[in-house]
Ligand binder design. Structure first.
Ligand code: MSP
Length: 544
């Protein structure tokens, strides 16, 4: 018998989740890649945070997780913005990426694994390769097209999708309702992708895999759209040159959306590392509902044409509204993410947007609501509970987390509530109900607060004969809080990373399995100073 190397389990190592074939599961989540024509606002930040929470959550289940974000840098919109600013598109993109889009990831505490730019060599090479494959397989032909183009959307519009305002600057003209600006009539000799050939396969996909497009409202809209009849897609432009050259015709550049969608496979090795690609693909795409069509119609048709698997899910979340309208820079309603994080911190930003808005529906942002929830749920709720429990263990047990004595019904109830919170939150994550996952944790905070109020450990501490009871109550509270530290780690990573060791938690927080409530005590507490969520005075400038 050959000598075996000993594989002692590492402490707290999360057991990996095998899939049906007994392999490690892979979870690959993406955000849209953002246009670099402007700086980010909280609508973009919302998508980033949602995808990051999913990635962190799946990682903490032991899944083979990969998260991707990045920037969309080609096309007319970027070209025009750059020229209006007197620089080349490349210079403009470099500036916006380094000064705005990459710093956004720090502002929001995003733990992405990769950042792709459509001007990366790896991406441009993949676009050319993919296009050539489709051309060689007969999916691309030359044709002529005339249509209404919105540069803001970088999309040809159907007449039925346009508006004709009766008054104002653009009265009587055909206007794109998304950008509120007139469309342009373009007539071009272009290369076309035979997308219409995939209509039936797409409808079958939506029918057989309802989870492919979510939520149901977006799915219904997509199905209706495709049922009306799919046209072929113009995928090249010859009137400008800021893009990837069509490999067999260098007078054309690739249409910016066709180029951009390919980022999801160019970043994971499609062009140069097939093993990596096989390991990651297919992905879960988190996008705003405004761009669900591109992801749930054009993108799977492109993948089908190339003989590749379609994404696992395209989830179209709702819009952040300001004054009842989609927040946007072009309508001057944009709020910069750091206006919020500078006052409340990144954890509060993440917590607030995920808990206050039903994921998949539109939601309105207001400073008053943010401030009220911060105060009630984070500062007075979780933060105060943690500070009090830690302070009592410090004071009554000299910092040693006490052993449990005989359990009473109320104690069992708390242990059970912790297990339920874990089950409910994980179930919610599997349904992309991010708000429900946070809600499950919030309920546990309320339950634990009620337990402390009922058990009155400060009163027990005055009675020497109640020493064992005091130990049990604080020991149970520490276990509940430890469960919360793990459960909330994907949502409020900074606070959780302080809370876990402050409760005497053993090992790395990231190594704790998010599917299991923490039932162990032990260790020493350390005081939370400053508190997890200090009180915040809403500054004048932020309140307006
Ligand atoms: N570049 C394309 C995406 C290409 S993906 C292959 C694009 N970029 S974008 O900069 O306009 O950002 C779009 C995404 O930002 C939306 O899909 C959405 O995720 C997010 N949001 C932009 N405004 C938003 C709101 N007001 N509310 C919520 N999300 C918003 O489209």
């Amino acid at each position: 018998m050959s000598a075996r190397r000993s594989h002692l389990p590492e402490p707290n190592r999360i057991e990996r989740v095998p899939n049906a074939r007994g392999e490690d599961t892979s979870f690959y989540v993406t955000t849209p890649i953002f246009y670099v024509n402007d700086v980010p606002h909280i609508g973009h930040a919302y998508t980033e945070v949602a995808a990051d929470v999913l990635a962190r959550w799946h990682r903490q289940r032991g899944e083979d997780t990969w998260s991707l974000t990045g920037t969309d840098e080609h096309g007319q919109k970027i070209m025009r913005t750059a020229s209006a600013n007197g620089v080349s598109p490349r210079e403009w993109a470099d500036k916006l990426v380094s000064e705005a889009w990459k710093p956004l990831l720090d502002t929001l505490d995003i733990a992405n694994d990769d950042f792709i730019r459509t001007t990366d060599e790896r991406h441009e090479r993949t676009v050319a390769m993919f296009l050539q494959e489709l051309y060689d397989a007969g999916h691309i032909y030359a044709g002529e097209f005339e249509g209404y183009y919105c540069v803001g959307c970088e999309e040809y519009k159907r007449l039925a999708d346009l508006e004709t305002p009766e008054s104002g600057e653009f009265a009587g003209r055909l206007v794109c309702p998304v950008h509120g600006r007139p469309v342009e009539v373009l007539k071009e000799q272009n290369w076309f992708f035979r997308m219409s050939a995939f209509q039936d396969r797409l409808l079958k996909l939506y029918e057989e895999h309802p989870a492919f497009v979510q939520p149901a409202s977006v799915r219904n809209e997509i199905v209706q759209f495709v049922k009306q009849g799919l046209e072929d897609l113009s995928i090249s432009r010859s009137s400008f040159d800021w893009g990837v050259r069509v490999p067999w015709d260098d007078s054309h550049v690739v249409y910016v959306w066709f180029d951009a969608l390919l980022n999801y496979i160019s970043a994971t090795g499609y062009g140069d590392d097939r093993a990596e690609f096989e390991r990651r693909w297919p992905a879960v795409h988190i996008v705003g509902k405004d761009i669900a069509r591109f992801h749930a119609v054009i993108w799977p048709a492109m993948l089908m044409a190339a003989g590749l698997e379609v994404p696992k899910t395209v989830f179209g979340h709702g819009w952040l509204l300001v004054g009842g309208e989609k927040m946007s820079k072009s309508k001057l309603t944009g709020i910069a993410p750091n206006q919020i994080t500078d006052v409340f911190g990144s954890d509060a930003f993440r917590y607030y947007f995920l808990s206050a808005i039903t994921f998949g529906q539109d939601g309105s942002f207001s400073w008053e609501d943010l401030s009220a929830r911060y105060q009630a749920e984070l500062a007075n709720g979780l933060g105060n509970l943690a500070s009090r429990v830690v302070a009592m263990v410090d004071r009554y047990f000299d910092g040693e987390v006490p052993e449990l004595g005989a359990l009473e019904r109320g104690d069992e109830f708390i242990l059970d509530a912790s297990r339920q919170a874990v089950l409910q939150a994980n179930d919610a994550i599997d349904r992309f109900a991010l708000d429900e996952a946070v809600e499950a944790a919030r309920r546990l905070v309320t339950t634990l607060n009620g337990y402390i109020t009922d058990e009155e450990p400060w009163a027990l501490a005055k009675d020497p004969s109640a020493r064992e009871r005091l130990a049990t109550v604080l020991g149970i509270a520490v276990r509940g809080l430890k469960t919360l530290a793990v459960l909330l780690a994907p949502v409020i990573p900074k606070a959780s990373a302080r809370l876990w060791p402050a409760l005497g938690g053993d090992g790395e927080l990231a190594a704790q399995d998010i599917r299991v409530a923490i039932e162990s005590g032990g260790g020493r507490v350390s005081l939370l100073d400053p508190p997890l969520f200090p009180r915040v005075e809403l500054l004048e400038q932020s309140a307006d």
